[in-house]
Every structure is written in structure tokens, then in C-alpha cells.
Design a protein. Sequence first.
Lengths: 314, 422
Amino acid sequence: MSTHSNSRDQVLNYPVSPLAKRSGLKGAQRRIGLLMLIPAAAAFVLVILYPFGQALGLSMFEFTLQSIEPVFVGVDNFQAVLSSPEALQSFFITLIYVGCSTLGALVFGLGWALILNQPFRGRGTLRAMTLLPWVVPSTVSAFIWGWIFNSRYGVMNAFLLEIGAIDMPQAWLSTPEGAMLAVVLTRIWRAIPLFMAFFLAGLQNLDREQIDAARVDGASNWAILRDHILPHLRPVLMVVVILGAIGGLQDFDTIYALTGGGPVRATAVLSVEVYRRAFEQWDIGMASAIGVLWVATLVPPAIFYLRVLVKGNR
Amino acid sequence: MKRLTKALGTVAVIGSMGIGAVHAQDLSFMGYSYAEETARPSVEKIISGFEAASGLKVEPIGSAWGDMQKNLFLRARSKTLPDVVQISERWLPTFSALGLVDYNEVFGAETLSEIYAPEALAMGQIDGKQLALPLMSGSIGMVANKAVLDQAGIADMPTTIEEFEAALVAVRDNVPNSVPYAMATINPNSILLDYMIWTWTFGGRIIDDEGKVVVDSPESRAALEFMVGLMSDRLAAPEVDRPDARRLLAQNVSAFYIDAPQSRSFLRSFSGQGEAFDVNIQPIAVPVANEGDESKSIQWGHMIISFAQSNPPVADDANMKFVNYLADDAVQTQFPVELSALPGTLAARQNPAIADDAYLSAWAEFNQTPVMNEIGIWDNGAELTQIIGEEVQAALLGQKSSDDAIASMAGRLQASMDKLAN
């Protein structure tokens, strides 16, 4: 004990150079840290903060393509959005889309990760192939699924007719339920690789002996999943759900290429609604107002995600 | 210092090259045909012909059809308007606010009436001013596939709705996997044209000339109920857009659809048979509700607008010389024919190349009184189109009754027009 306190005293009483600044090494590190932060901060300001500020500003103007000068209207655009049944319907559709696609990707991603975590021949190849939907461009995915669901040439109709499940070809993309199912399935198909990779990484740290012991005690597969695997994957689960939800909220290209937001407005999620208002109807003010509200829906899961990350780092 | 001198020298050279490049062009010509792969060589032929004849240089600017309005307004905002622009006839009222050249003041109204066909010239008139001239004209009407009708045992083209429905039933029952009428059932832009034609056919209108929404009428309901009936009787199919319709006709699985005269070019291409497919293509008059009614079609044309190069604009301006050249027989007997449309000038229409073209002659015969698109002319045309498309589609897919769809359409259109008026 005394040896320890002596060495501490020696360190504290070590003669300091008169040129050394009061803030010392930590201060220098902090300055370098701030310096290194500048490129990322500049990129954030230029690419995210400034455009968002612009959009926020535009949302308070009546600004159509034909109007040479925007006219300030305050919160009128927000009031119009919140009183428009079509715009409110887009929020509801977005909720359904994000909820179903995230839940589906979670279930299938976890299931697939559990399968790929088992030792079997060709596992590495299968793991690599699983990434394919993630690598394929989103519009290509949309066209693949568009062809699967096509009423005249689609694989889905051909298969169902073959097994006798339907008497005549169905126009899947022409019903609200069918169109929503198609966009959700496409999203799930694209999201499974990401979900699976997260879960697989989490499963690598799972104590095999614990599972073996549970099996010896007679635990069923379901009990092992419920009592051992899921509690172990809880931090991963939270991150994956939040990331999946954010990804779903941002999704545009797949939906637009597959259904164009239709039939009628059945798949007109917020991103599609913003696109329509901005680039089809050229109502920049309204599009910005919906965009701002859309970002507002992204903020809670994003904050939650950051909190989980920060907690994890501590 | 040496480096600085070098750098300044380089900047000066590049600058002078840039200025030279600007001065090398005497006028700019913006159009959507130049952006289309199939039509681009035809536009290039026009430009090279003009350059050879006049010694003036033209800068061509391509813009996709769907982006033309947006691009022109953005150019107006940034004060980079082109000198001459190719537009769709329905955009003219919207563009008229940009300060277009009145061709009557440059060339004289009498001269223009001697050159251009009256109905084509009329498409470019607003409040007595001639703000656009026709590059080519035509209409949006009905096209039939004779091979499919032959297979269905239909010898005569239907002239009334009753005959039309009978023909569709025959096609459905005799041509396997067919879509008898390739009616547009997706994409609001396409649905609008089908609905508008049928509404007019049943004697209704959507929005009148004063901007009043008049769609909530028995005639408009009858038109929508007729379209819904076609769907429920499997005489039309879901998931059909205009490009799908063209392919269905080209594959001999559909008997009728609505399109512009350019239809022939598409069908030739999509059938893979080229001109050999022409024997199957037959323009017909849109069937009428009652014997003796006038067949309806929608006005369609490629128009030319200009922005003044001098104040006031004179015929000697480079862009006016180009506009004048576009009325030349060399252009009018080449460009419209290559795109399967009617020329805008009287001389070109009498030219054997046009007069002897059975398809174009038939098209002109069956679509003699096309009516202006009553939706596309409004500034909020895109929103109106979206509303009409959504409500018609909702009825076609059985999500709403025809009555509910029309009532909802009327309310939403009125709200949009009120917003426009304020």
C-alpha cells in the first residue's frame, strides 16, 4: 500500500516543464479530436442540416413551379396536411408498411440466422448467397417482385393455378391488400440479409454450453429460444428493430417502382406522397411540409437508437 | 509570378473558348422529340436542313416529355429560356404567362391562315393571339386491331357503344387470353384520357371552360358505370397502362385502345414486324352513345412556341427564321410522317406522301373535331389528373361505387380549383 502511494506521490511531484500548458495532454487530445470532427461535421451541415433547414423554410411558403416568388403562409401548409384525409392516410399506410415489414424481416431474419448458425455442409456458401437480395439494386428487386405478382405473366398466378388454389389469374397488384403484401414482401426480402447478419453476429457470442445444459435438462427448442437465445440477443434485437423501422420509413424506390403508390392510394407511403407533391404536382411548399412531418416520425426511433448505442458503448 | 501568369492565361483561353461557343449558336431549340431515341434522328435532320439553308447554328436541347413543363419553368426562373420550344398543345395556356411571341405580329394572321390547317392553327390561339404554331397535329382517338377482330368474327368496325360492347364480347369469347379493350386502368395520366373520352361520348364534362367542376352529372356517372361494366364483364383488365395497351395490340391479344396517331410507330416496333404489321392497324371513330352522335376525340399536337430575341420580335430574328423553316414542306412532309402524325400545313397535307398514306387519311377522317383536353390546360392539371385517376381507378377496382367515386371526385376537384383561384 505504502509502495503504491509513494509512486503516486512521485508522479504528482514530477517536475513539469515551464512551457507545458495547463490543459496538458488531455487538452491537446481534445483539440485534435475536435479537429478530426470537422470534416464529418462539415459534411453533416452541408448535406443534412442545410437542406433540412431549407425544407423547413420552404414548408412555410406557398411555392409552386409556376409561382416566380414563394409566398409566406406560416403554418398553413401544416394545417392543410393535417386536415387532408389523403395525407393522413399516408401516415397510416406508412405505419402499416413499416410495422409489417419490420416484423416480417425480424421473424425471417432471426429464423434464417438460427438455421445458418447450425453446423452443416455448404453453410458458408449459403451465408454468402443470403446477402444477394441486399446487393441487388432496390429497383431491380421491385421489378423481380413485380413480375412475380404480374396478373398475366406472373409466377405467383402460374403456381397457384398449377396447384389448383385459384381458378383464374388474379390481379394481385390491383387490390389494396395485394399491393401492400407485395411491397411488404419485397421489403422483407431485401431486409432479411441485414437482419440475419446482425443476429448471426449476436449468436456467435452465445454460450453453447449453456444451450447444451438446457437440452440436458429437457428444454424444448421453443424454451431455449425464449429463455436463452432471445434474452441473449436483446441488445441486437433493439438495434435491428430500430434500424429496420428507420429503413422502412425512408423506403421509396422499391414502392414507387413496384406500385407507384397505388392502386388508388393503397401504398402511398410518406416518401411517395412527398415525391408526388414535389415532382408530379410541383407543390414544393406542401411537399416540404409533409417532408418535415415525415422527418419528425423518424426522430423518435433515431433518438432511441442513439441511446441504445451510447449505452452499449458505456 | 510565372505560375500566376500561366494560370491567368489558361483561364483567359478557356473563357474565350466559352464565349466563342456561346456565340457559335444563333438560337436554341428545346424539345422532347430530341430526347426520344426514335425521334431524335428526325429532329437532327430538321436542324441540319435549317443550318444548311440559313447558315445559322442551332443548339438542340433535349428534355423528356414528362419533365418539359418543369424544365421550362425552372429555366424561366433562372432566366435561361431557350429561343424556340416544342410543346404539347395542352401546355399552351400554362406557358402563355411566360411572355411568348405572338406570331400574328411577326408573320401576320392572314399569312398564317394560308399556310396552316385551320384546326391545327386554332390549337395555338389564346385570346386572339397566335402563341403557338403546329409542328404536327392529330388527335387522341381509337385504334383497332383487324387481325384480332377477324379472329373474333367481327367484319364491321363498331360505330355505337352497343356494337362496341358486342365486339368486345366476341373477342373475349373467341380469342384466348385476350384483353378485348386495353383500357387504361393504372397510371392517372393514362386513365384520364380514357375517362375523358367516354365522359364526352355520354354527353358529360369534367370541368367547363370557366373552370367550374361539372363532373357530378348523370352523363359522367353513366360513363364511369360503362367503364366499370367493362371491367366486371372481363372486357377490360386491371394493370393496363398505355405502354401495356400498345404491346397487347402488337401481340394480337387486344382489339381496341385509345392513343395518338403515333400508335402506328409503336405497334410496328412492338410487333417486331415493322411495316408488315400495318395491315392489322385500323384507326376508327370512337363509338358514339346514339346513332348520329358526333364521335369524340381529344385534341393532340406538337406545337412550337418562341421567346423573343429582339423587341419587338421580327421575321429576321434567327429564331423566327427557324420557326418559318418548320413550316417548310421539307420538314412538314418528313417529321410528322416519320412519327405517324398529320402535318400542320395545308401544302404538306396535300403532298402525295401524306395524302396517299391510308392510315393518316383514315385517322383524319375519323377524328374530324377533336376537343381540347379540359384538364391539362389548367395550372393545377397534374393534381386534377391525379384526383381523376384515383377516383376512376377506385370505381374500376370495386373499391367505391360509381356514385361515390364521382361525388368524391367532384369534391376534390372543386377544392383544387378553389385553391387555384385563390
